[in-house]
Design a protein around this ligand. Structure first.
Ligand code: DC
Length: 664
């Protein structure tokens, strides 16, 4: 997961390959609640692991459910409809799919078995309405207090043992703000349906019906056969009791699939984008996003558990669509609209305003930053693409879907900055990694920052810190020379045997795992840092044939989303087109002292004046060799860090980087 402050996406060209989707959020949290209320143990396969499921799991554990994880399987032993814990304070983050059903279930359980539960979330959760559900629960006789603003969480749910509920008359709930209120009641009411059937009547037009279908489908899997009469009346039969199906498989998230369907439609030019984990047999309503994508031009094929998408019409076709049936995935259409000929209008999306953020306002503001013309109303948005996109820094409002769908704007030839990329953790923690596995671009489009300088100038520390801050790949090019030197020393090749050294370099089995260098199966991170290896590397690296042999290996590090490379000739020879070149120096005295401290801290004996002499000799050799001598690139930013902390040096580099970015 990218936890950086922002993530810059270079302009992408095409996309192809296979993505395996994480589990559906809607199915995961419903299954968890049902398993938690059932008697016995349910084995859940491919559960989504994200912020929203984690708060649900934590709540169930607090309530006394037993959870055991092994690999992608979670075993959950439920309460069998009996409270094990009668008092708890539950924090539910920004997970509507946890807040609403837990409110209903705990209100009913407290009212009949006695209890006192406090439910809260992040500040945005406290702005998301729950009043319609509270009203329905109060009709039943539950004691529900909104302890902050009336109609919104936080909530307190209380009751005495032996309390009676008014389940004989129909319970009325509004269905036009969020379908989750109805879902919450349907999931929870079987708890109190032992003695008589319970009727729920929906007031107003029910929105997001497909989500209610998921609810009914999963209730059936847990032994509750709700009778549906149109979309206005639902009957929970008398004697209903949750029965664990034993094993449940969570299908991939159809809303998450929408980004990859769009990816295929926009950029699946030579080969399709294949999506695994969700297919044409999906029980999720957002699967119907594919019809909308097809209407815009996508070519989609699929079967059980998979989809394949390619570009069809190009530019895409503008559409006008009632999106009530695909509220979440419809956001993806708003970004696809940037590639359409004409204006795309998405209607009947009032529910966007009460989601993770006010999504109509958010989408409008961010699309405008890219240059699009946007009209918005209480329940619609209309997008007209600009002739050319403007590079923009996209604010994501702590809304995973805003972050994911705007990543698709990077196909219009300009980079896109996604602020706070970690917000995707709500449903798809590794979204950007999955995206980067599928997209490609011309090598020159991938940004590079080079940090060159003499030995012990701190360039490795600085470069890796900058790479971490930007979420970029990192190349310690010294390691490729050191690895060549180490191999030569081990097999007894002399430092003046250019041909043999070049052969070693050309077939070097060097790769990096979590920042550590490996030669074949061996982790050589420590071995490479030895002083004698460094000295040998300095000699080895003077040979033109060696440098040439290691060139391709170094170039291969230039991958999406970007690279920070440190060495001697990164800016001058290997990446002469780098966007930012830094030449880092420090006085010989400072560098000798740093190297001394480094060695002593590792328990390696050292002598400052010897170190300084060796360092100066190495500088001399690196500077005066005939190929790729150590020298600043003409356009390099010269930085003497003798008096600077790593943080201060990093701030300078990041500031210089910002000046070279087009985000204003
Ligand atoms: O940066 P370092 O100390 O790990 O580098 C070891 C040796 O490798 C150094 O003396 C010179 C050589 N080198 C090089 O010639 N070109 C590079 N890009 C990186 C290192």
């Amino acid at each position: 997961m990218y936890t950086t402050r922002f993530l810059d996406l270079p302009p992408f060209a095409q996309a192809a390959g296979t993505v395996r989707l994480p589990g559906s959020k809607s199915i995961s949290n419903r299954v968890l609640l049902l398993a938690g209320l059932s008697a016995g143990t349910t084995e859940v396969h491919d559960l989504l692991d994200s912020d929203d499921t984690q708060v649900m799991l934590a709540a169930l554990e607090q309530l006394g459910c037993r959870l055991e994880r092994s690999g992608s399987v979670l075993r959950i032993t439920g309460l069998g409809g009996r409270l094990a814990v009668h008092e708890a304070q539950l924090f539910l983050g920004n997970a509507g799919t946890a807040m609403r059903p837990l409110t209903a279930a705990l209100a009913l359980l407290a009212a009949t078995q006695g209890g006192d539960f406090a439910l809260s979330g992040v500040p945005r959760m406290h702005e998301r309405p729950i009043g319609d559900l509270v009203d329905a629960l109060r009709q039943l006789g539950c004691e529900v207090d909104c302890t902050g603003t009336p109609g919104y969480p936080p909530l307190r749910l209380r009751g005495q043992p032996g309390g009676r509920l008014h389940t004989a008359q129909p319970i009325r709930v509004r269905g036009d703000v969020s379908s989750q209120f109805l879902t919450a009641l349907l999931l929870a009411l079987p708890l109190v349906a032992a003695d008589g059937e319970i009727v729920v009547e929906v007031e107003g037009e029910l929105i997001s019906k497909p989500y209610v279908e998921i609810t009914l489908n999963l209730l059936a899997r847990f032994g509750i056969a709700v009778r549906r009469e149109g979309w206005q009346r639902f009957v929970i039969p008398a004697g209903s009791a949750y029965r664990s199906p034993g094993r449940v498989h969570v299908e991939g998230d159809a809303s998450s699939a929408s980004y990859f369907v769009a990816l295929g439609a926009i950029a699946g030019v030579d080969a399709p984008v294949r999506i695994e984990g969700v297919g044409t047999d999906s029980i999720q309503g957002d699967i119907r996003f594919i019809e909308a994508a097809q209407a815009m031009g996508a070519e989609v094929t699929g079967g059980p558990g998979f989809l394949e998408v390619r570009r069809g019409a190009w530019p895409l076709k503008a559409i006008t669509l009632d999106c009530n049936h695909i509220p979440d995935a419809a956001m993806t259409l708003a970004v696809m609209a940037l590639y359409a000929c004409g204006s795309t209008r998405l209607t009947n999306i009032a529910s966007w305003r009460v989601k993770e953020t006010d999504r109509i306002a958010a989408m409008a503001a961010e699309l405008r930053k890219l240059g699009a013309g946007v009209l918005e109303g209480a329940d619609f948005i209309e997008i007209t693409p600009p002739a050319a996109l403007t590079p923009a820094a996209i604010h994501t409002y702590d809304d995973h879907r805003v972050a994911m769908c705007f990543s698709l704007a990077a196909f219009a030839g300009v980079p896109v900055r996604i602020l706070d990329p970690k917000c995707v953790a709500k449903t798809f923690p590794d979204y950007f990694e999955a995206l980067f596995d599928l997209v490609c671009t011309g090598v020159e489009a991938v940004p590079v920052i080079t940090v060159d300088g003499p030995t012990a100038s701190g360039k490795g520390t600085l470069a890796s810190a900058v790479a971490k801050a930007l979420g970029y790949h990192f190349l310690d090019s010294g390691a490729v020379y050191r690895a060549t030197a180490l191999t030569a020393m081990r097999i007894g090749v002399a430092p003046d045997d250019e041909a043999s050294l070049a052969r070693i370099a050309a077939t070097l089995p060097l790769h990096f795992i979590g920042g550590d260098a490996h030669l074949g199966d061996e982790n050589v991170a420590d071995a490479l840092r030895a002083e004698d290896v460094g000295a040998m590397a300095s000699k080895v690296s003077a040979w033109p044939a060696v440098r040439e042999a290691l060139r391709q290996l170094q170039l291969s590090f230039r991958r999406i989303p970007g690279l920070v490379a440190d060495g001697r000739d990164m800016g001058t020879v290997i990446f002469p087109s780098a966007t930012l070149k830094v030449f880092l120096t420090a006085s010989a005295a400072t560098r000798a002292e740093r190297r001394y401290k480094q060695l002593i801290s590792k328990g390696i004996p050292a002598n400052i004046s010897t170190l300084r002499a060796e360092l100066e000799a190495r500088d001399e050799r690196d500077r005066n060799r005939s190929v790729a001598p150590l020298k600043p690139a003409e356009d390099a930013l010269l930085l003497d860090n003798s008096e600077l902390t790593v943080e201060a040096s990093m701030a300078r580099v990041l500031e210089a980087w910002e000046q070279r970015r087009p985000f204003g």
